[in-house]
Design a binder for this molecule. Structure first.
Ligand code: MGD
Ligand code: MGD
Ligand code: MO
Length: 767
């Protein structure tokens, strides 16, 4: 596995980590990125329209807009970078592909690929060719249709989706895929919040968060576990600052002292520009990687014991009696946990556990927010179940200021699932499609992301189509995944920008250039708008307005409709022609099929859109098998560190959007000009006999189901001393994806356990 960043021997400069997020430097960095990509006029036009009622939904993250008229220039450094990246003036044209062979591009680092700009033409790599060549749209559709029709079963094709796709495109895409005859609809969610959805469906009957921005602003206590909002959801910080001003306490649970969790300077306020900012966390719980389940079980025990001393003071007995199931089993398991185990698993001292328990016991309105730090562990589903238990015992759901808040990643990942992008669709949804369109959709469940890689690896699937994303880099076990893609007869990427997945082709490969969120979408003289759903189930419109990168670039909707005609033929009962010139027609179909979407066209045009129903939040009804909120009981799990080894989490720097690398800095963590760094506790550096600044290979160790030890290697990382818990290390994704074994996944959700990879360090070069 060649490392893709050039092995420069220059050491990467390392500063002290920052304690404050945002403020004036954030504004300046964003402007520098925007001006470089877009120039001054387009920068002004673009930044004025992010997350405004008449503008487009920021492609950065799924954090909601503030209701009731958004603030002028809802500003966020990383949102601005995401926008600049899409609205760039740089272009990847047919001339570019003529100048670079696929082999040449495959040798370039991801950063270089993402800096080349927007794709402008459909391109085809014919079997045996060295270069992509331009192809007409109809020619491209014909190649794809021919390959799909040649399959012996529709289940030999895989249709991936990344979470930027609009509701309209997502609905049509799943309709196309199911009309073709398969539920093979893996998506980025399988690697992201699948564990949250799985756990929440078991506990409360719906896989979505139960709070709104208003709830957060009025909570007494907000726990933020396994999330780095200063980098990944910066607009969340201004909401947290507001909650603090209203008197909320905040507990940060994280192995790393992330800047945004410690202090925040709101660039929109005078204090944010001139002052030292607002302290965010009242309590920083520096948990070991994977220690959260033990932490929450320990809290549950303390809460039960506090209630024993003063009955009714902690437990919400009315809620437990009226709305829950399984309390006694849960309480027995929680009482049985030993505090020695909690201390070992979490690494925190018991005085802090008692302080946190007191905060939880005293709060009348508690919200827990989380992201990838909880979902990407083998015991992620059980961990999220345990967190939900602690909320349920205090009745913290379905009342103002309280609830569960999985903070989603991609800006429309939640909407895509609502629209049916799911390999395990409920039968009722398929029945509704069949009735509406007089088709007959398959009932067999399809492949998720990990299963899709196995199927392509083993030759059970041979056509791969991606609606956005960067499958080759985002998935685990890079060498295995790349071989699986190359094993396909055909790979198709519908994309805005060049990435690694275009240069790891099947025998034949197609690139279809798509409009992005910021682009103007005009069909037959009519401007089209799309809709999206944020992390809090608000559905609203997004209107692109910028000049698209070229006349050949098509909307995702137009691409799906063209493809559907070519694949399904002229007699297919869905009248695909209707949709591309009129997205209202798609929304009418959504209204007829998708639960909660009645009268979609009207309601989505309300100033702030509309909120989808959520029975636990709205009426304390729990659509589970028991009809109640379920306490869960699972064996306690955590992540011990084997002797002489480290447990590695793979995470995001401040200068990237998933696999899109904006730059080589990680400002808040003090890293400049390089990404091949590994953050290690100073005591571990000493005990492993290495020195800060050393260059090491990361070698992951994993024992497969057959009992055989497997090793994977990522070369040449600079050792950076960092205040991470002993035994725990951190390095950036996607450079470390070659280390994550394909079979190292969360129980039940099958999400790659990217936050707990056992590694050893091997000295490569002296620093
Ligand atoms: N600018 C920018 N914004 C983004 C993205 C981006 O790449 N760039 N990506 C988007 C996407 S798709 C997503 S899913 C989100 C991701 O948002 P995050 O989940 O914030 O992303 P990560 O960088 O993976 O950070 C994981 C955090 O969890 C902590 N952590 C790791 N393991 C554990 C653990 O075992 N326990 C606890 N308590 N904490 C742990 C890490 O120290 C880190 O702070 O962001 C979205 N927004
Ligand atoms: N080791 C490790 N691996 C991880 C993670 C981790 O924390 N650690 N995180 C996981 C998570 S949370 C996620 S969500 C996945 C992300 O997985 P993906 O969603 O597959 O990856 P992205 O990097 O977001 O995809 C970027 C590409 O999407 C395309 N694109 C952008 N906007 C649009 C659009 O509007 N339309 C179309 N058609 N294409 C567009 C561009 O070509 C761009 O190159 O990665 C996962 N992988
Ligand atoms: Mo994500």
């Amino acid at each position: 596995m060649p490392s893709r960043e050039p092995k420069s021997r220059e050491p990467i400069p390392v500063d002290q980590p920052k304690r404050v997020a945002a403020g004036v430097p954030a504004v300046l960095v964003a402007l520098r990125h925007s001006l470089a990509q877009m120039g001054p006029l387009r920068t002004a036009e673009t930044l004025a329209k992010v997350n405004q009622r008449e503008g487009f939904d920021c492609p950065g993250c799924a954090w909601p807009e503030e209701p009731g008229g958004r603030r002028l220039a809802e500003f966020c450094e990383n949102g601005a970078k995401a926008v600049a990246e899409e609205a760039t003036r740089r272009m990847v044209t047919p001339e570019f592909f003529a100048a670079h062979s696929v082999a040449d591009l495959a040798g370039k680092p991801e950063y270089w690929l993402s800096q080349q700009g927007r794709l402008t033409h459909p391109m085809l790599l014919k079997q045996g060719d060295t270069h992509y060549r331009p192809v007409s749209w109809d020619g491209a559709f014909a190649v794809i249709a021919e390959h799909l029709r040649a399959l012996s079963s529709p289940d030999e094709a895989v249709f991936y989706t990344s979470g930027r796709t609009s509701n309209e495109a997502a609905f049509l895409y799943q309709l196309l895929v199911r009309s073709f005859g398969t539920n093979n609809l893996p998506d980025c969610s399988n690697m992201c919040h699948e564990s949250s959805g799985t756990a929440l469906v078991e506990s409360i009957g719906i896989g979505k968060g139960s709070v709104t921005v208003d709830d957060i602003e009025h909570a007494d206590l907000i726990v933020i576990a396994g999330q780095n909002p200063g980098t990944n959801h910066p607009r969340m910080l201004s909401v947290l600052a507001k909650a603090k001003a209203n008197g909320a306490r905040i507990i940060a649970v994280n192995p790393l002292p992330e800047a945004g969790l410690i202090r925040f300077k709101d660039p929109q306020t005078v204090r944010g520009v001139l002052g030292t900012g607002v302290p965010i966390a009242d309590e920083f719980v520096q948990v070991r990687l994977g220690g959260d389940m033990a932490l929450f079980r320990g809290l549950a025990r303390l809460l039960l014991e506090a209630d024993d001393r003063d009955p009714g003071s902690v437990l919400d007995r009315d809620f437990i009696a009226a709305h829950s199931h399984g309390f006694d089993d849960f309480a027995a398991a929680a009482r049985a946990v030993s505090f020695d185990t909690v201390a070992e698993a979490t690494g925190i001292d018991m005085a802090q556990l008692h302080r946190v328990a007191r905060l939880v016991a005293e709060s009348e309105r508690t919200i827990v927010c989380w992201a990838m730090g909880l979902t990407q562990h083998t015991h992620a589903v059980a961990t999220i179940g345990e967190i939900t238990n602690v909320l349920l015992m205090r009745g913290m759901i379905g009342k103002p200021g309280a609830g569960v808040c999985p903070v989603r990643g991609h800006s429309n990942v939640q909407g895509d699932r609502t629209m049916g992008i799911w390999e395990k669709p409920p039968a009722a949804f398929l029945d509704a499609l069949d009735r509406r369109f007089t088709i007959s959709t398959p009932r067999r469940h399809g492949y998720d992301t990990v299963e899709a890689i196995r199927a392509m690896r083993d030759g059970r699937a041979s056509v791969f189509v991606a609606m956005g994303g960067n499958f080759a880099s985002a998935t685990p076990d890079t060498a295995v995944t790349e071989a699986a893609l190359r094993n396909c007869a055909l790979t198709v990427q519908v994309s805005t920008k060049l990435n690694r997945s275009h240069v790891v082709p099947g025998q034949t490969a197609v690139i279809l250039p798509a409009l992005g969120r910021t682009d103007r979408d005009v069909v037959s003289g009519r401007k089209q708008v799309v809709s999206v759903e944020d992390s809090m189930s608000m559905v609203h419109l997004s209107r692109g307005s910028l000049e698209p990168p070229g006349p050949e670039v098509r909307s995702e909707v137009a691409i799906i409709c063209g493809l559907a005609r070519a694949v399904l033929g002229p007699d297919h009962p869905v009248s695909w022609e209707r949709f591309a010139p009129d997205y209202d027609a798609i929304r009418d179909e959504i209204a007829a099929v998708v639960p909660g979407c009645a009268d979609y066209n009207r309601r989505v045009r309300e100033p702030d859109g509309f909120q989808l129903p959520h029975p636990p939040r709205d009426t304390r009804e729990f659509p589970t098998a028991t009809g109640k909120a379920n306490f869960s009981v699972a064996p306690l799990a955590w992540v011990p560190v084997p002797p002489g080894r480290l447990v590695l989490q793979t995470l995001r720097s401040h200068d990237q959007y998933n696999t899109t690398i904006y730059g080589l800095d990680d400002r808040y963590r003090g890293i400049r000009g390089g990404r091949r760094v590994v953050f290690v506790n100073p005591d571990d550096i000493e005990s492993l006999g290495i020195t800060a600044g050393d260059r090491v290979d990361l070698v992951s160790e994993f024992t497969g189901a057959d009992g055989v030890l497997q090793e994977r290697r990522a070369e040449d990382f600079q050792v950076v001393p960092y205040p991470t818990p002993p035994g725990n290390a951190a390095a950036y994704y996607p450079e470390t994806n070659p280390l994550v074994p394909l079979d190292h996944v969360a129980a039940k959700s099958n999400t790659p356990a990217s936050k707990a990879v056992v590694i050893r360090l091997e000295r490569a070069w002296a620093g």
